[in-house]
Write a protein that binds this ligand. Sequence first.
Ligand code: AMO
Ligand code: AMP
Length: 589
Amino acid sequence: VIEMQRIGCGSIARSDIGRQVELHGWVNRRRDHGGLVFIDLRDREGLTQVVFDPEQAPAFQEAHTLRHEDVVRVRGPVRARPAGTENPKLRTGEVEVEALEVLVLSRSETPPFPVNLDEDVDEGLRLKYRYLDLRRPRLVRNLTIRHKFLKAVRDYFDAQDFLEIETPILIKPTPEGARDYLVPSRLTRGSFYALPQSPQILKQLAMVSGLGRYMQIARCFRDEDSRSDRQPEFTQIDVEMSFVEQEDVMRVMESMMIETFEKTLGVTLAKPFPRLTFAEAMRRFGSDKPDLRFGLELADIGGIFAHTEFAVFKGALESGGSVIAVRWPGGAASSRREFDAMVERAKEHGAKGLVWIALAADGTKSPMAKFLDDDTLAKLRAATEAQTGDAILIVADKTATAQGVAGKLRLDVADRAGLRDAESFAFCWVYDFPLFELDEETGRWTFTHHPFTSPAPGHEDLMERDPGSARALHYDMVLNGVELGSGSIRITTPELQARVFHALGMQDEEIQERFGFLLEAFRYGVPPMGGMALGVDRIVQIMVGESSIRDVIAFPKNQQGRDLMLEAPSRVPKANLDELGIRIVGEPS
Ligand code: AMO
Ligand code: AMP
């Protein structure tokens, strides 16, 4: 009689030797060898070697029919592998199961790509057959870490008296700077729900309710172009708290990351996270999401060239711009072609051009060599910390442009020098953001974060007088050069909220129609509040070191926003459209 033990294929160990077990799984591999048949049986946890001996005739015969990805049940005793046949690479490599009985539960056709090899497969194929892709250990590991992380997140907030509250998916447009996904209403023809770009407004209303501390692992929807770190639908750790200041929110979120990294990865993060104002981040790193895994700080070298005759720098400085330099470690060894490529790169980043200076052992080379005397070179070395063997890259432009381009070149040279190590985690906070930024397309002021963000104390009047210089109680958490999340202290008076809407160019009628309910809520007793949302997909992506956000999502959409497995979006029958009062105009795409 067999003692039924349900043990996963990945967890059988020496201590199980002698036990009768029952395993369920997929045939990962079959080998016929020395009169025996071996299969590696696979489930979510891992692999176990199963041996079929001719003496167990029925099982042995069935074993010969097994093919990759067949689903089977095997029963038999666990035993030690014969000396010399252990596999140290497998967790179960010291043992095997002797099959006394095998039952085929389902046969598999040849899969469209090998599931049992860790080789590169076309992503379109992987997404079309995602259920097969998810059999591969790498993705199983990613989903497992994601699960553990979210469990740790919930435990952290639970211990701090937060309530997880589910907010609706069918709502009204919530501005977060993207396009809305709209859902037509059947009962109110001609009207539409919007899917939440975030639960922002609802969590604020929950604070008006007095719920005090809210969190949600919230699904958000934004109709924007997919990228390697973006999906049309994604998950936030969404948080809001009453009676708090910026400092309180930052402390709660920082401790959360420290605890969850420890619990999920066993990694102890350095604390406190460094903090930079927006202006400092731009000045030192040319980015509001600085990668602090390495130095290479930008140098403002305008002073060194105050009296230069080099027209490019002279022109930029005279018109109030800046000349910004960044060191390229080891760059002096680059060929002329590599420097030309770097100039092209700078132009892609938005520069008009790029000056490079190669500090080679056999002399300095640069397109502006004739403007570089020994004194100037010494000052440049000091400002950029460049040594012989390095190169210096220089951009002259309007200050913000020069900083931004130099900041992107900083990442390029760090990539080339291998300084962006996927195993290290460099967190920081960026705060004191501008309240508004100029929308390049429309030339109008738009919000940097969202329109519910409070101006910094004393900056309210700047909203009308000098919108570009008003700053906000807005903070971002950054990891390895990626914005993980944003938050802010919120506006809680109807007057101030209306002034922000006005500053963004909205008329009273539009404000009333879009946000009347919010302004009304602010009239019934509203606590000071602040919060934040972190992108789960991006956090897990960095935790596991994947280059695409899609590899940490079970069923992601491709770059065109399509689900290739479900074939969504898809056409719907005309009758459905008629019910909704919708007619497709022109040719469907
Ligand atoms: P924000 O719009 O900055 O803030 O979003 C917060 C974080 O969500 C993640 N994220 C995304 N992840 C994947 N794909 C996307 N398309 C995508 N868009 C955003 C990012 C981002 O930092 N309501 C405010 C938060 C608040 O003020 O409390 C908000 O949504 O990691
Ligand atoms: P030009 O005078 O346009 O021939 O440029 C002379 C050198 O300066 C070339 O090497 C250009 O790539 C470089 N250059 C041009 N514009 C800029 C700029 N805005 N910042 C830095 N270098 C520039």
